[in-house]
Design a protein around this ligand. Structure first.
Ligand code: NI
Length: 180
């Protein structure tokens, strides 16, 4: 199984809203499996299809790397149907190298989605899973966590990032905080 290449800011694909998957059938399985392996290899707790250059509404998540696969979620067309409270979490992203920031999110969410085997499921989440679901669904809407921080911080990161690219060091280090 080949690992997929993770796109990094400022790749344009990360800004494009992803389109819903219209047919959930077996043809998705190998792609979703590649996404899953790419997430574990990174390692990251979540990965959205646009991060590997595919603009479809598909995400994979696993907040429990101690028990690989036990709590793995493979979600197609996920939607937040209820959200409440607020929580601040230090977020990092596999597509945003060398940077983390505190981001405010809903503390609790109810997400409805389809699984690759065509079951509709509801997921109630708090803490890291709630944060990760909101972060990944943001990816599907063409939004990164740096779009949720102050303009000044975002601009400083943008400059740092462009400098890295200019100096021929585009890969940087993986983020130290939650890699979502
Ligand atoms: Ni991310």
């Amino acid at each position: 199984m080949a690992l997929l290449r993770i796109r990094k800011y400022p790749d344009d694909v990360l800004k494009q809203p992803a389109r819903p998957v219209e047919n959930i059938d077996g043809s998705l399985n190998s792609f979703v499996e590649s996404m899953t392996q790419t997430m574990y290899a990174a390692p990251g707790v979540g990965l959205a299809a646009p991060q590997v250059g595919d603009s479809r509404r598909i995400i994979v998540l696993d907040t429990d790397h101690e028990n690989i696969g036990k709590h793995l979620l493979k979600l197609i067309n996920p939607v937040i149907v209820e959200a409440e409270g607020s929580i601040t979490w230090e977020e990092g992203c596999l597509s945003v190298v060398d940077f983390t920031a505190d981001v405010e999110r809903h503390a609790k969410v109810l997400v409805r989605a389809w699984t690759p085997d065509e079951k509709e499921i509801d997921i109630e989440a708090t803490d890291l899973l709630a944060v990760a679901l909101q972060h990944e669904i943001d990816h599907l809407d063409g939004r990164l966590f740096i779009d949720r921080i102050s303009r000044i911080k975002r601009e400083l990161y943008r400059r740092k990032r462009l400098k890295m690219i200019k100096e021929g060091k585009p890969d940087g280090k993986p983020p130290a905080a939650a890699r979502i």
